[in-house]
Design a protein around this ligand. Structure first.
Ligand SMILES: *[C@@H]1O[C@H](CO)[C@@H](O)[C@H](O)[C@H]1NC(C)=O
Length: 361
């Protein structure tokens, strides 16, 4: 018996040792393949880090995010997917901080109540996609990612400082490009940088955030806005180039806000032109959104300005808003997100019906 036990115990010991070392080895393998994925990802998005310690720190965050993204996709219980995109080495806190471009002073400044030219609209098309009508310029990118070759310090400052908060300018410009095309028949890409540099009088503070309504007011006051080609985006505050500013290409005469907390009112507006909307884009679902109809989680702390350029319904009956973002084409559906429409809460998903506005010709 004793000898049998000895050999059984020995085999058990060998088995346990084997399983343990297999566990260590497979963990090491996973770790090394994760590390290879990080390297691959860095190459894809042109990421560089200041030193080895920063790289190690970013690797840990990357690993956590990859695990989160993969378990989300594996669960498959939401109508949208996530991907390991260019924000994959940022914690959600950093992501929120870096993108805090839309400062909404809720208590101090309620949405302006204006007239609403679409209030009596009764018939709207079942679906709308302003891209198909040639009213929307290609996706732009307000986020600067650290490409090899750029001075690393500047690049990190742009990414983690307050300098990326220019989403309001992209939203203002996209809505203005829309109304300009609808009135002139010409689609012209217009300048966000002019707004960032020159619109420093009101609440808009360059890259430190602002409101789309103030952007429209600037364009009205300035008697127009110049083109992207003439005054390209620099991803940093500059001084206003008044020579470039003087080349006024697109004009608007006014702006209106959409009655707040009504997706029905927003629908009437979007059926007629691209609309600047404000959303809460701070969640990790938004950070890593890749495709499908986004259904949250998200709150209503508006921190991002984007543009509603259409709406529709999927084959399984999920209604959505088609939203143009300014995070480049590698994010979402080639730079766009479809967000669930007609939800129970009057604020709309992520607060999309809370604070919308548009320029008038
Ligand atoms: C909508 O209809 C009402 C009632 O006829 C009218 O008073 C109002 O001016 C109309 N609004 C617009 C924007 O045309």
């Amino acid at each position: 018996m004793v000898s049998i036990c000895k050999s059984q115990c020995f085999f058990a010991f060998i088995l346990i040792l084997g399983m343990w070392s297999y566990g260590v080895a497979s963990r090491e393998l996973q770790e090394s393949s994760m590390s290879a994925r990080h390297e691959q990802w860095m190459a894809t998005f042109g990421k560089v880090y200041v030193d080895a310690a920063e790289k190690e720190r970013r690797f840990k965050i990357f690993k956590d995010n990859v695990e989160y993204i993969e378990s989300f996709n594996t669960a498959g219980n939401k109508p949208y997917k996530l991907s390991v995109n260019k924000f994959a080495d940022l914690t959600n806190e950093e992501f929120k901080g870096a993108r805090n471009g839309y400062r909404r002073p809720f208590q101090t400044r309620p949405t302006k109540v204006t007239s609403f030219q679409y209030e009596n609209v009764t018939a709207v098309p079942a679906t709308m996609d302003w891209r198909e009508k040639g009213v929307v310029t290609p996706i732009k990118a307000s986020v600067t990612i650290c490409y090899t070759g750029i001075d690393i310090k500047i690049c990190l400052l742009i990414l983690f400082g307050t300098r990326t908060g220019s989403c309001w300018a992209f939203s203002t410009v996209a809505a203005t490009e829309g109304i300009n095309q609808l009135t002139t028949g010409k689609l012209v890409s217009l300048s966000e940088q002019e707004l960032v540099d020159c619109d420093t009088r009101g609440e808009d503070q360059g890259c430190e955030g602002g409101l789309m309504e103030d952007g429209f007011e600037f364009i009205i006051r300035n008697h127009g806005i110049t083109t992207e080609a003439n005054y390209p985006y620099q991803a940093a505050d500059g001084t206003c180039n008044s020579k470039k500013e003087a080349s006024r290409i697109a004009k608007i005469t006014g702006y209106e806000s959409v009655p707040t907390n009504s997706e029905a009112a927003l629908l009437k507006a979007v059926a007629n032109q691209p609309i600047s909307v404000s959303i809460d884009a701070g969640g990790s679902g938004f950070q890593f959104y890749s495709s499908g109809v986004f259904t949250g989680e998200c709150g209503t702390e508006l921190d991002h300005g984007v543009t509603a350029v259409g709406y529709g319904e999927t084959s399984d009956g999920t209604k959505y808003w088609l939203v143009k973002n300014s995070w480049g084409t590698s994010w979402g559906e080639e730079g766009y997100i479809r967000m669930q429409r007609d939800i129970d809460a009057e604020e709309g998903l992520c607060g999309i019906a809370m604070d919308s506005s548009y320029p008038t010709a």
